[in-house]
Ligand binder design. Structure first.
Ligand code: FE2
Length: 348
């Protein structure tokens, strides 16, 4: 591939004349915009340890009252993008949020799509689109674009959850904003129960739901049971993995980011296909090792790590006796919609 001219090869008066007219020469930047053969992600393999993060998050609870924080969150920032950018990958934002007993987060809605994965604590709830969703460890709760949501906490201990949003993408698109609203009237609870039996969906008088997001809470107890059932039914399957889906359409649960749960069998080592989207791994239960490119991370419960796209990822269950369970978020719905989704059959 030809070596192209550099900016400093151009005479100063020419560069100045270009800048005065808001013009930029393409050729000095062409190779970084269109690198040969594969992208050069800024996203770096990164590990966020829960035992390091948790005391700092609890300290934030003492240092900053909720009315001075609105959302008491420590952002899991990827140093490859610069910590100030507050993004885990090009399109994924991760934040660990603390809600103390009696605190609320007022009703609001925003353009970014969000989910929360509950990490610890009991007694908190999120009301989404008028439906009260209890928050228990490992539960996944959707707050998709445009749906009103608010959080409350009736329990006695701190509640912590992991927020996963497509915020960096929405900011890049200059489409990110929030609207605050009045407290919601709760008119439903436990709506997910209507969809908890595979193969059947509500059809009153032969009508199917037309809600864009018919299921808002995915209880961990049910997802865990589904993984164990899959393992029992197909013990030789190449990966014990389930996707969080819209139960009416069978498609992705949300528009931009995709979510799945993976069970690593005792002692199992699993090499994931090399794919274009970046991915995030959060250990719900057990202990595991993640090898991402040339980085090796020992994951304890509630640890989180991320992998750039086009990168080899190998996961190993560190226990020979107990299964390990991971929550995975990735950018695959976005890549598929954009037509750039790729599985690299020959690796890299
Ligand atoms: Fe929100």
């Amino acid at each position: 591939m030809l070596e192209l001219g550099r900016l400093e090869d151009l005479p100063p008066h020419y560069r100045q004349a270009l800048a005065e007219h808001n013009l930029v020469p393409l050729w000095p930047s062409l190779r970084s915009l269109l690198p040969p053969r594969k992208p050069q992600p800024a996203t770096r393999p990164t590990h966020w340890r829960y035992d390091a993060l948790r005391p700092l998050l609890l300290e934030a609870g003492a240092l900053t009252p909720i009315d001075k924080a609105e959302r008491r969150v420590l952002v899991l920032a990827n140093p490859g993008h610069g910590l100030e950018k507050m993004q885990a990958s090009s399109s994924i934002y991760l934040g660990m949020q603390l809600l103390l007993p009696g605190e609320i987060a007022p009703s609001h809605r925003h353009t970014p799509n969000a989910v929360r994965m509950i990490v610890e604590g009991d007694g908190a709830y999120t009301t989404v689109d008028g439906e009260r969703c209890e928050m228990q460890r490992g539960d996944l709760i959707l707050t998709p674009t445009g749906l009103w949501h608010e959080h409350g906490h009736d329990g006695s201990d701190p509640v912590i959850w992991l927020d996963v949003l497509d915020l960096p993408l929405m900011v890049y698109l200059e489409a990110s904003y929030v609207t605050e609203g009045a407290p919601q009237t709760v008119n439903a609870a436990g709506g997910e129960r209507a969809y908890l039996r595979g193969g059947v969906a509500p059809s009153p008088l032969f009508r199917r739901s037309e809600r864009r997001y018919p299921m808002l809470r995915y209880p961990w107890a049910e997802v865990r049971t589904a993984l164990l059932a899959l393992h029992a039914t197909e013990p030789a399957i190449d990966a014990v993995q389930v996707a969080y889906i819209n139960p009416e359409t069978g498609g992705d649960a949300e528009n931009v980011l995709g979510f799945s749960a993976l069970m690593l069998r005792p002692g199992e080592t699993l090499t994931l296909p090399v794919r274009s989207p970046a991915a995030v791994f959060h250990l719900i239960e057990g202990s595991a090792t993640a090898v991402i490119s040339d980085q090796r991370f020992a994951l304890s419960e509630a640890d989180t790590c991320c992998a750039p796209g086009y990168t080899a990822v190998t996961l190993t269950n560190a226990s020979a006796e107990a299964p390990a369970f991971l929550f995975i978020a990735d950018e695959s719905p976005l890549h598929r919609k954009l037509g750039v989704y790729e599985v690299c059959a020959d690796g890299l």
